[in-house]
Design a protein. Structure first.
Length: 60
């Protein structure tokens, strides 16, 4: 199942998706810890990375 998923999306895209998920988790942790502004700033990184991934995928 995981091998099929990696073949479909590619290794680099899978790594970038893991980075995005980790950014979201770190942002949630910081928000719950009380660093609300820092958490919001970090939370904006996830859609930015996904947007760049989408842009470069369709630029070919």
């Amino acid at each position: 199942m995981i091998k099929n998923f990696l073949e479909r999306i590619g290794i680099m895209n899978a790594i970038m998706l893991l980075v995005v998920v980790s950014i979201i988790l770190v942002s949630e942790y910081m928000f719950l810890k009380g660093d609300k502004l820092d958490a919001i700033f970090i939370a904006f990184w996830a859609p930015t990375i996904l947007g760049f991934m989408n842009y470069f995928k369709h630029k070919k």
